[in-house]
Design a protein around this ligand. Sequence first.
Ligand SMILES: Cc1cc2nc3c(=O)[nH]c(=O)nc-3n(C[C@H](O)[C@H](O)[C@H](O)COP(=O)(O)OP(=O)(O)OC[C@H]3O[C@@H](n4cnc5c(N)ncnc54)[C@H](O)[C@@H]3O)c2cc1C
Length: 282
Amino acid sequence: DFKRVSSIYLASDKRGLNMLEREYDIRRKHGLPVGFLDAGTLFSTHHIEGPGALKNREAAQMDCYKAATGLLKHHIKKSGLSLFSHTEIVEYKERRGGYALLTGDGMTIRCKYVVVAAGFEAGKFLPRRVMNLISTYALVSQPVEPSQLWPERCLIWETAQPYFYMRTTLDNRMMIGGEDVEFRNPERRDRLLRWKIRRLEKKFKGFYPEIPFVVDMAWCGTFSSTDDGLPYIGPWPGRKRMFFALGYGGNGITFSMIAAQLIKNKLKGIKDERENVFGFER
Ligand SMILES: Cc1cc2nc3c(=O)[nH]c(=O)nc-3n(C[C@H](O)[C@H](O)[C@H](O)COP(=O)(O)OP(=O)(O)OC[C@H]3O[C@@H](n4cnc5c(N)ncnc54)[C@H](O)[C@@H]3O)c2cc1C
């Protein structure tokens, strides 16, 4: 379910437009592929009323669940990877030359290295708080006729905070989301869902009132981000054999790939300059 589609980063207001103009210059300076759409072009090509947008033709969408489970299946088959799902690590002990991890059902796993990739729940493995937790909301519509969807079926997101984004699926549904709020507890997050559904639907209708959007399913989830917006990838100072990969924010697809490359390089003793950007000592 991987598909190349263009993406539109929409200025929600004048401030957003100024930010996108700066972003455009920076991307151009570093040779990244990007285009700028002024208000007129944005309306004529994408039927969106707005002050302007960045357009990127080098973009893609995929089904993350299929990608993650597909990767695991591939490595189980190809390299004999052992996978223990639904196995909680409740405690760990540093041993000479590695770690002993205690599972929720009382088993012990011994290993030379540990990679803690426990998402927004990784905090308990760290001596200090480095993550901010955020709840986010998403909806998927019933399928529509392909001809009813917006031009190029591009990925659309905007500069406003909380933001709004939308995309289509291969079976001609629309997936929209955003409305992020600070996470306090799962009950509060879930209680807000009905209200958030209405807000997201309204937001969509503001963009494309002519497209019939009938909600088929809605959900919410929590992710973690950091104060400077970059994830932490690497060992905690002093714990050479315990690696962390956390705080991806809303960019889990991109940052998880960088985390995999960085940690693999570290384990193989290959120098990787990105350590300085993503490490805990930055
Ligand atoms: C609704 C929603 C929409 C999003 N949309 C996008 C998007 O469009 N693009 C994008 O790039 N990102 C998106 N994100 C963000 C992305 O999902 C996250 O950044 C990413 O999933 C984080 O990956 P992770 O591996 O760190 O953690 P997770 O994906 O949360 O995985 C952590 C795993 O660790 C397990 N775990 C936790 N504690 C323990 C323990 N003690 N022992 C054993 N296992 C444990 C958990 O059960 C879980 O399986 C979205 C997030 C949400 C909630």
